[in-house]
Design a protein around this ligand. Structure first.
Ligand SMILES: Nc1ncnc2c1ncn2[C@@H]1O[C@H](COP(=O)(O)OP(=O)(O)OP(=O)(O)O)[C@@H](O)[C@H]1O
Ligand SMILES: [Mg+2]
Length: 458
């Protein structure tokens, strides 16, 4: 941490010299001003962490100088130096925003103690502010649906750790939102205006991966006709997201370890050390602990990246998130496809709730997209929700007679829908006599009139 900067304002040259000596010795960086104007100029030129201001200055009282300084550096704590007997003014100074006061002549150790306390207090207030801001941002995760307690805890974690630079380790099955969370962390951090660079480490063969990550010099390998910057350099002052980090080959892991330890690396084929300031977020579907046991992943690297673990639960373990997710995606795709789709039929929703979602949120997103694309009504009906064999076999098996009857009933209804209640047509389509078709209607207690377009049911 850089030394705290202190502005010292007093017209007593001897005292200034004495105090400056003491503070210098204590490791502070002190700028002294004998004149008020000089103090104001200094405050305009740099941000001080604290000011010591004499109450009785040559041309001005210390309180109004303090107020002037606060217009330039609002959060800076000010300690008032006051002569014995002017307690009243000191109290007045406190009311107008001084942090504390100390009476001359003072024990330098007391002064140091007060300075330390003021600086600590300043740090805490700015931290509290930061936390409050982050709490606010929690509700700014507008594109992340999190109704379940599990996901709410994830978001809480995200807002707590976003501001730090520590490495984040996100584990979750495919489609659980690992990249979404990584981006949210970046956007909630002070790096948000710099780049977020993502790479899928499983997608590239070893030599390519290394040069992607760290860049290479011209001629470093066949085909390297130009030198290129690697992703770590592109992410400088921003965030790099290493997806499927478990698939990084062992040789590249060594290089990665070095970057994490020293924030520096050599591009492929280069002997120029490159330094970077990046926040690293990694993601993995597999449990890396197992990879470590099998000797596929360096243990020391594992501990380097496993700093702040975030576990994204599979969708089947937080099904209460399904309805709001459906709503979210419905809105998204209705907008994109310019269709007004209001919702899903209860049966359609039920099918979604019963499904096991091996592809997690991405699979749900695709399902809703398919439904919005194909529906010709303002709702998505259950027939647009494709069921897997597994879903179907989860339904209890019914006796053949019941299954046949159910099929027959549905069949008749669909025929009537198609023919708008015209029994002659429906019977013809089914290859039945009219009289037999009437028997079917009676058997299943179906009224043909409810399928007639204009005639309401009698
Ligand atoms: N909680 C959520 N709220 C809204 N959308 C979500 C949520 N979780 C995931 N998604 C969406 O689901 C899709 C998949 O998410 P993402 O790509 O982040 O998952 P992933 O874990 O990185 O998947 P993979 O392992 O396949 O790379 C994205 O379109 C994402 O926007
Ligand atoms: Mg991903």
């Amino acid at each position: 941490m850089s030394p705290a900067k202190i502005l010292l304002v007093d017209d007593d040259r001897n005292l200034v010299e004495l105090v400056k000596l003491r503070l210098d010795a204590a490791g502070y960086e002190v700028s002294a001003a004998l004149l008020e104007e000089d103090a104001v100029e200094a405050a305009k030129a740099q941000v001080f962490d604290l000011a010591l201001v004499d109450l009785q200055l040559a041309n001005q009282d210390g309180i109004s100088l303090m107020e002037q300084l606060h217009l330039i550096i609002p959060e800076m704590p000010v300690i008032i130096l006051t002569a014995y007997g002017s307690i009243e003014s000191a109290v007045e100074a406190m009311k107008r925003g001084a942090y504390s006061y100390i009476t001359k002549p003072f024990d330098p150790r007391d002064l140091l103690l007060q300075i330390e306390r003021a600086l600590e207090n300043r740090r805490l207030t700015s931290e509290i502010k930061l936390l409050k801001g982050l709490l606010q941002q929690r509700y700014d995760f507008a594109n992340i649906v999190a109704r379940s307690g599990k996901m709410q805890r994830v978001l809480e974690m995200v807002s707590q750790i976003a501001a730090m630079d520590s490495t984040v380790y996100i584990q979750g099955e495919s489609g659980t939102g690992k990249e979404l969370i990584a981006r949210a962390i970046h956007l909630a951090s002070h790096r948000k205006n710099k780049s977020f660079v993502a790479i899928n480490c499983a997608a590239l063969p070893e030599p390519l991966l290394e040069s992607e990550l760290f860049g290479h010099e011209k001629g470093a390998f066949t085909g390297a006709v130009r030198s290129t910057k690697g992703l770590f350099t592109q992410a400088h002052e921003g965030t790099i997201f290493l997806d499927e980090v478990g698939d990084i080959p062992l040789s590249t892991q060594t290089k990665l370890l070095r970057v994490l330890q020293e924030r520096s690396f050599y591009p492929v084929g280069s002997d120029r050390l490159t330094e970077v300031d990046v926040r690293v977020i990694v993601a993995t579907q597999k449990r890396l602990e197992d990879q470590v046991k099998q000797g596929l992943f360096r243990e020391d690297l594992f501990y380097r990246i496993h700093v702040i673990p975030i576990l994204l639960p599979p969708l089947r373990e937080r099904k209460e998130d399904i309805p709001p997710l459906v709503e979210h995606f419905l809105k998204k795709f209705s907008q994109i496809m310019r269709k007004e789709v209001k919702g899903l039929t209860p049966l359609a929703i039920q099918r979604l709730m019963l499904h096991n979602w091996p592809g997690n949120v991405r699979e749900l997103e695709n399902t809703v997209e398919y439904g919005v694309a194909l529906t010709q009504q303002d709702v998505i009906t259950e027939d647009l929700i494709l069921r897997t064999q597994e879903d179907i076999s989860e339904q209890p098996l019914t006796p053949l007679k019941e299954a046949k009857d159910a099929f027959e009933r549905n069949y008749v209804i669909r025929l009537l829908e198609l023919c708008e209640g015209n029994v002659s047509k429906a019977a013809a389509l089914a290859g039945k006599y009219r009289a037999d078709f009437y028997d079917l209607l009676k058997k299943h207690n179906i009224s043909k009139t409810s399928y007639k377009k204009s005639e309401p049911e009698a």
